[in-house]
Every structure is written in structure tokens, then in C-alpha cells.
Design a protein around this ligand. Structure first.
Ligand SMILES: *Cc1c(COP(=O)(O)O)cnc(C)c1O
Length: 381
């Protein structure tokens, strides 16, 4: 694959960067000029395209993946008294979405190599109150879907897949979301495609898609006499047409974006041999990995330096980096669930040591080399 001619030189290399070209900006401007701004024909067209991408399953777009997770839980009838199992190391919105429905988030540890929910730990955490599993396909690496759904079936649990990082990821050749129960995608600018802010749910059950359609817009049903009824306590999570128009243009490029991410990650793996400078590299997976992030673990104990010092040293060399993410059970809002240091060792270690390095479709191979050279200099100093 050749490098795109529009790859920028970027004196400061950010760790994430959306690809928005002039035709996309023109399409956005056309949508604004049309004055059809909020949910309308572009939302319908984007949902149709998302549905086609996911094997014809119903898709509904919302204002964020966080909103999507909350609506998915509501559509499943999950609330007070229910428990939902999630990884202790993922983005905070998973726990927040569960807690906002009144249900209890039940944290379990992740596997150190895949950074995905440990299914053994999840099985051990199931109680008579457990209603659903909410695993994250971390960084775009799909969970073992056979094992995940075998566990869910065995206990009669719903599965809400946090696929925020996994649009375009494939499991045994099939796109995440094209099979399974409910999948939730994010279109935040740091994800593999963007609508600025936005998200989508893809469903196995068309009745649940229809329910989410109502829930995302005040719970409203339109009556034949032109008036409205409110059928349930809804939210205001509908995506504007302006955003959906960008989503349509982005989805058309998604597979190309993801192929570029894989090519760049191949270079990272080439340059960073296993254990290079003590880094623990992420599990490589196969071609179904969409590589939203490339995030090795830092050998902080051996280095005797903090992650912040490493990040500052990278920044001084014009290289951005990020922390994705801190362990949720140690945050102030979730301490009341009774966990502490040592509760989930893998999640805590990842939260402490993870460092997200630059990776985005328009990045160049020589920019990967620049990051690896800087890492070598900093970590061997
Ligand atoms: C980004 C992200 C989300 C939330 O996505 P938003 O669209 O920003 O709400 C959820 N889970 C994970 C793992 C994420 O990285």
C-alpha cells in the first residue's frame, strides 16, 4: 500500500488524529446550507449504510457511544437491582452508563495479554442478579466471541458489546456487530471513523432497535391525529444530520483507514522487537484487529521513572502520547463498591503502565520510526 500524498509532516505528532478531507468538509457545508440540520434524511442514509456494513442488521445512531450503552441497557430493561459485569480497565463510560440506569456495575479483571475482559473472572462474578455482560473489544481486538456467547447462553445473559474501539474489526472474517446481541460503536474523533461526536448501536432484534429509536428522542410516538404521546421516559440522544453526513463519508473510507492502521502497526512491531527496551507490546491478533490504539506497557519499576516523565520526554521531542485508560474501580465515584489496590491486578497494572503512542491513518512510516527512535533514546538513557 502506498502512502497517501496528503500525509502531513506534522512537527508535533499527536497520538490520534481524524482524517477529514476537503470533499468531507464540502459535504458538511452542503448539509449546513440545506438547513436540514438535525435528525433527518442523512441519519436515515447513515443508518442504512451502517446496517449494510453489518450484514443487514438494524442500526440506530445516537449522540455518543456512552449514550448508546445507556440506551442499550434501557432497551434490555436493565435497572435497579440488576448487575452488569464489565472490565475494571476500560473507558469510564461503561460504568457510568450502567450506574445511570440504577443497575450495579460489577467489575472483573482483564487478561494482561489481550487486555479484554477475563471470561473466567466474569464467570466467577455471575450471581442470580446478573443480567448482562458488557465487554470491551479493547483497542479493536475482538474478544473470543465463541467463548463469550457460550458463557452468556449458559447463564441466560444479555451481551452489550462495547465496540467503541472496534468499528470495522472482524472475528473470523465477520464484522463485530454483524452477529451477537447488541454492539455499540463510537464516532469520537479519536476512534477509527468520526462524526465529531456520535455513536451507533447495531441490534440482533429489530424490536429493540425500534425501542431505542423511541428512547433516544424523548420516548415520543407520533399519533395519526398529528399529536404525540410519550410512551416511556426517554432521553435526548438523537444524532444531527450534519454529523450523520460526515459519518456516511467516513464509513465509505473505514476499511482503507483500518488497513493503514494495520500497516503502521506492522512497522511498530518490526521496530520494537518483543521486549525492546523492556516494553510489553500488545497482543498482535490477526487481520481482524482494527488497531484503534497501539499501547505498550512501560517497564516503570525497572526504569525508576514515572509515566509522566516519559510522556514529557516524548512531548519534548514533538511526540504526543496518551493514557487509555485508568482502572475504573479506583476512581472516586466507584470506590464505594468496596474495591481497592490489589482487587484487579492486571487492570491496575495496565492503568499504571499503559502508554498510547501515535497511530492514525495519515501517519507516515518514517513517523513511526521517529517515535521508536525517541522511545529508544528515552528508555535506554
Ligand atoms: C471512547 C470510548 C467509549 C465512549 O465513546 P463516546 O462516543 O465518547 O461516548 C466507550 N468505551 C471505550 C472503550 C472507549 O474508548
Amino acid at each position: 500500500m502506498t502512502l497517501p500524498a496528503d500525509s502531513p509532516a506534522l512537527p508535533f505528532l499527536p497520538f490520534a488524529r481524524p482524517t477529514i478531507d476537503e470533499p468531507m468538509i464540502e459535504a458538511l457545508a452542503d448539509t449546513v446550507r440545506s438547513l436540514q440540520l438535525t435528525s433527518g434524511p442523512q441519519v436515515l442514509a447513515f443508518e442504512q449504510a451502517l446496517s449494510e456494513y453489518h450484514g443487514g442488521r438494524p442500526a440506530r445512531v445516537v449522540t455518543s457511544a456512552t449514550a448508546g450503552l445507556e440506551l442499550a441497557l434501557m432497551a434490555c430493561g436493565i435497572g435497579a437491582g440488576d448487575e452488569v459485569i464489565l472490565p475494571a480497565q476500560t473507558f469510564f463510560s461503561c460504568a457510568n452508563a450502567i450506574a445511570r440506569t440504577g443497575a450495579t456495575p460489577v467489575f472483573v479483571d482483564v487478561d494482561l495479554d489481550s487486555r479484554n475482559l477475563s471470561l473466567a473472572a466474569a464467570a466467577a462474578a455471575i450471581t442470580p442478579r446478573t443480567r448482562a455482560l458488557m465487554p470491551t473489544h479493547f483497542a479493536g481486538l475482538p474478544l473470543d466471541m465463541d467463548a463469550l456467547y457460550a458463557l452468556a447462553r449458559q447463564h441466560g445473559l444479555r451481551v452489550i458489546e462495547d465496540a467503541a474501539l472496534a468499528i470495522g474489526s472482524r472475528w473470523q472474517g465477520k464484522p463485530i456487530g454483524s452477529f451477537g446481541d447488541i454492539a455499540s460503536f463510537s464516532f469520537h474523533p479519536n476512534k477509527n471513523m468520526t462524526t465529531i461526536e456520535g455513536g451507533a448501536l447495531v441490534f440482533a432484534d429489530p424490536a429493540e432497535a425500534a425501542k431505542v429509536e423511541q428512547l433516544r428522542f424523548h420516548g415520543i410516538r407520533r399519533l395519526p391525529d398529528g399529536t404525540r404521546d410519550v410512551m416511556m421516559v426517554g432521553a435526548k440522544y438523537n444524532m444531527p444530520d450534519v454529523h450523520a453526513r460526515l459519518g456516511l463519508a467516513q464509513l465509505a473510507r473505514l476499511d482503507t483507514f483500518n488497513a493503514r492502521r494495520r500497516l503502521l502497526v506492522d512497522r511498530y512491531f518490526e521496530r520494537l522487537a518483543p521486549d525492546a527496551f523492556g516494553l510489553q507490546l500488545p497482543l498482535r491478533g490477526d487481520d481482524g484487529h482494527s488497531w484503534n490504539m497501539f499501547a505498550p506497557l512501560l517497564p516503570l519499576a525497572r526504569l525508576g521513572r514515572s509515566r509522566k516523565q516519559i510522556m514529557d520526554a516524548l512531548a519534548a521531542r514533538g511526540i504526543g502520547s496518551g493514557v487509555s485508560y485508568e482502572a475504573i474501580h479506583l476512581t472516586t465515584a466507584y470506590r464505594h463498591l468496596g474495591h481497592g489496590e490489589g482487587s484487579f491486578p492486571n487492570s491496575e497494572r495496565i492503568g499504571r503502565e499503559t502508554l498510547t503512542l501515535p497511530l492514525f491513518p495519515l501517519m507516515r512510516l518514517d513517523q513511526v520510526d521517529r517515535v521508536c527512535d525517541a522511545l529508544e533514546e528515552i528508555l535506554t538513557a
